[in-house]
Design a protein around this ligand. Sequence first.
Ligand code: PLP
Length: 380
Amino acid sequence: MYKIMTPGPTQVPETVRRARSFACTNPDLDEEFYDFYKETCELISSLLGTKNETLILDGEGILGLEAACASLTEPGDKVLVIDNGIYGKEFADFASMYGGIPELYHADYENTLDVDALAEYLKDHHDYAYATVVHCDTPSGMLNDISRICPLLKQYGILTIVDSVSGMFGERVCVDDFQIDLLCGGSQKAVSAPPGLTFVVVSDDAKEKMKNRKTPIASFYANLMAFDGYYEKKWFPYTMPISDIYGLRAAFNLIAGDKTLYERHARIGSATRAAVKEAGLKLHLQSGYSNTVTVFDIPECTDAKSILDEMRTKYNIMLAGSFDELSGKVIRIGHMGENARLEHMVPALEALSATLTDLGVTLQGNLADLFLKHYREFQD
Ligand SMILES: *Cc1c(COP(=O)(O)O)cnc(C)c1O
């Protein structure tokens, strides 16, 4: 077994693994399961600063993104796709798949979205049904300031779909303060449950748009309205994956009890970046660093495959490369959720330091030592 230090899936604590082995009832017929499901959804909402309804769907993170687009898009809807990363851009496919007309708002892939520039653009272009934005665009580690972006869009009556699959619970998200209409999350990132579940937090405005559609939602599995009134009717659109949900609940119980969650991520994120820089490596981004993942450029004398292979075969530790235009160009260290702990970070950075040195990279110090120095000096 590898120690996975990837930006999702992340390590799964034993409490969560055990919860997945609890005895199962019939989740379609047992009324108590409807309570359990609803309470779990309410816990997620409250941890995300809202009373808006959360729905847990039986599918990996991508299903949440597709369900949000499928449910909101009516044929002909203009959709503003905020594109400063790979996931950001890919929202255009979901919007057009369901009949929307995506318009890409291109921005720099190496800097956090310039919200003032977006505000300027919106003055003359705001005829959109909704906009999509990624909170943490994981392939580059780009963090966008959704606390400013979503309220700005809302001023023009533009609904928002936010992908925070790899941001939430490592970076603070407050649905009400940020005025997010559809917020998408997944089980396998900072939540630290295995992959397999996604959840969407739905605002009243989003519900209203879905209820007042002129055309039916062109999907069954990705139809958020299929859950409408599930609790009163005691009727799920399909049989719920009960063991996955037991695991998810255990993960959220841990999060609810974790008083240092955000401070831990901030401290580990900032110490990792400081260590990478001080050692002489180059952070891939110029701004917009998420505390859930650190991404650095591959030094010239080596390549991604050599680094990842040696980390795996010699140290049993899995880091990640990236994909699309970043394929072969960067290495990603995932420090979200369970991964964001000293006992995992120190050996991972120790091994990375040795691997890079072995591959001919000259480092200005040991990554683990530098990390610990900055970790101790950290002030929020
Ligand atoms: C992980 C992730 C998802 C979920 O999809 P994958 O199949 O795991 O790629 C969606 N959005 C973002 C930003 C993610 O990091």
